[in-house]
Design a protein. Structure first.
Lengths: 293, 261
């Protein structure tokens, strides 16, 4: 079943581009990554899916329901974690969690306590006294305490220390195993690579690649690092070249035989050939506008 | 009614400060009356012969030497201005504060329709204004009784009813305004209340500006008219109610379709 489906979804803010003809599908139970830098259209897409903004054209469906018409019923089963969590001043964490649960007409006390314990968040503290990271934890509990079947997470780990990031992703993986669908928007590619099964890359408001993380990471190009000296000037297919005194590293998508002959004619002490990481693929998509590496 | 309770909790401090301030001034003013009563015969003549100033505050038609004449001018201004500022602030902040404080994202990603949010916030505004007026009414009646004066029930009822309507009308106008302003609208709310107050003063001074009384809610709150006619001007009050309801309708139309950033 398709949990999220957008069809030619377009949003303009006046004359400014938000997203353009976005077609995105997330299936039930997927841990889906949504990658792109600031201003690419990630938040616009998420805000449209949550009904905070109306699309200029196109359609967005969540749980098979039209976002424009059935927003309230859709939100009943969504947990949303904003990138910058802001809450009402003067409230305590437990009051905020109770308000959130009451707005959902649910009793989430037990689950909230469990999550606060795992994230080491003191519910008796005032929101105004919390650090950015602890405010983020309060937002995480708000998003998870009603055990939603769809989690929409916008830059979720900003402000969390590495231990808490690990705990947070452990919770997410547990929820995912229990059947929850997760849409994770991030520009931290290692997060996507570690956790997501599929991902989409958004650039200038358009999806430029959408596939399994494995396929996105697997390309014909290799990261080659050569220690020593070799004449590579006559080779084509070299990109992203980084030179130091003793080594040279580059992405190579040319003829492997020619590379090996060039290396053999030089003085090579050591050689490594690896798959490029998602970060390099991502940069490639941004530089080349989506051509296959 | 989760949101009503939440809004009442959020607005508690502001409610207490405004109610205590207006109530304190009102009671002090009433307690000054016995002392001033003896001096009023001469003073009334002075107040009645200050030209435009006299007309602006309706002192040419009220007897300062009587409790109701004194109450309509002195306490009327405290209730009118103080209440108008509070009503405007309540209405102006209730929607726009969510965007200004960036809490709109939290609220609007819960399964609550925007219509329900508007309705519950409006109920919270009306409850706060009503509670403040009931307290001020009790303080007014109590303080008049405390100074041993006979309570002019009819006039007090009419004056307090007029100021209650004025606050609700202003809250309605500012509620509509609040749906448009993303960065808070407290200043705009106070500005509107002050502008409408001064429009009424201008309407009192100049006959050619008399039509302004139909624009400003202070027109049907004129103590001199209420006391001398023994009734509220139904036409002005109805027009005021229509304007207030218009503001509320505009808020519903705008906020249910608005993009929240």
């Amino acid at each position: 079943m398709e949990i999220i489906k957008t069809t030619r979804l377009t949003k303009y803010y006046g004359k400014t581009r938000g997203i353009l003809g976005l077609n995105l599908t997330v299936a039930q139970g997927e841990f889906f990554g949504f990658i792109g830098p600031n201003g690419a259209g990630k938040s616009t897409t998420i805000r449209t899916l949550l009904g905070l903004i109306s699309p200029t054209s196109g359609r967005a469906r969540v749980f098979g329901k039209d976002v424009a018409k059935e927003r309230t019923s859709i939100l009943q089963d969504i947990g949303y974690l904003p990138s910058e969590a802001m809450f009402y001043p003067g409230m305590k964490v437990k009051e905020l969690l109770k308000l959130s649960a009451d707005l959902r007409k649910r009793d989430c006390g037990g689950e909230a306590n469990l999550l606060c314990e795992r994230l080491r968040l003191d519910p008796s503290r005032r929101i105004g006294d919390l650090s950015f990271g602890n405010r983020k934890k309060a937002a995480i509990v708000c998003a998870l305490q009603h055990r939603p079947s769809l989690l929409v997470l916008d830059e979720p780990t900003s402000g969390l220390d590495p231990l808490m990031q690990k705990e947070f992703f452990d919770i997410l993986r547990e929820r995912n195993r229990e059947g929850a669908t997760i849409l994770l928007s991030s520009h931290i590619l290692s997060e996507i690579q570690r956790s997501c099964t599929r991902a989409a890359i958004i650039r200038d408001g358009r999806i430029i690649a959408c596939d399994s993380v494995e396929v996105l990471s697997k390309t014909s190009a290799k990261r080659v690092t050569v220690h020593g000296a070799a004449d590579l000037s006559r080779l084509s297919g070299i990109r992203d070249k980084k030179e130091s005194k003793e080594s040279v590293s580059f992405l190579y998508s040319g003829d492997m035989g020619r590379l090996l002959r060039a290396l053999a004619s030089g003085q090579v002490h050591d050689l490594t050939v690896t798959e490029p990481d998602l970060e390099e693929i991502f940069l490639h998509y941004y530089e080349k506008g989506g051509e296959t590496v | 009614m989760t949101l009503v309770k939440h809004e009442l909790r959020q607005g508690k401090t502001s409610f207490l400060i405004w109610t205590a301030s207006i109530g304190f001034l009102l009671v002090i003013c009433v307690f000054l009356f016995p002392e001033m009563k003896g001096q009023m015969e001469g003073v009334s003549d002075v107040f009645a012969s200050m030209g435009s100033f006299t007309q602006a505050f309706g002192m040419d038609r009220l007897n300062f030497g009587t409790l109701i004449g004194f109450y309509a001018v002195e306490c009327g201004n405290i209730l009118g201005l103080g209440g108008a500022f509070y009503g405007s602030l309540c209405g102006a902040a209730i929607l726009s504060k969510e965007e200004k404080d960036k809490t709109a994202e939290f609220l609007l990603t819960h399964p609550v329709s925007r219509k329900r949010i508007l309705t519950e916030k409006l109920i919270a505004v009306l409850l706060q204004i009503t509670a403040m007026n009931l307290i001020l009414y009790a303080l007014a009646v109590g303080s008049v009784a405390a100074i041993g004066e006979e309570i002019p029930w009819k006039e007090i009822h009419l004056l307090h009813l007029a100021y209650y309507l004025l606050q609700i009308e202003l809250a309605g106008i500012c509620f509509g305004l609040s749906a448009f302003l993303p960065r808070g609208s407290a200043g705009a709310g106070l500005g509107i209340a002050a502008m409408l107050y001064f429009l009424n003063l201008i309407a009192n001074i100049s006959d050619s500006a008399g039509f302004l009384k139909y624009i400003t809610p202070f027109g049907y709150c004129e103590g001199a008219d209420i006391v001398s006619n023994g009734t509220l001007d139904a036409r002005m009050a109805s027009l005021g109610a229509a304007i207030g309801i218009g503001g509320i309708i505009i808020a519903y139309v705008k906020y249910t379709k608005k993009d929240i950033h």
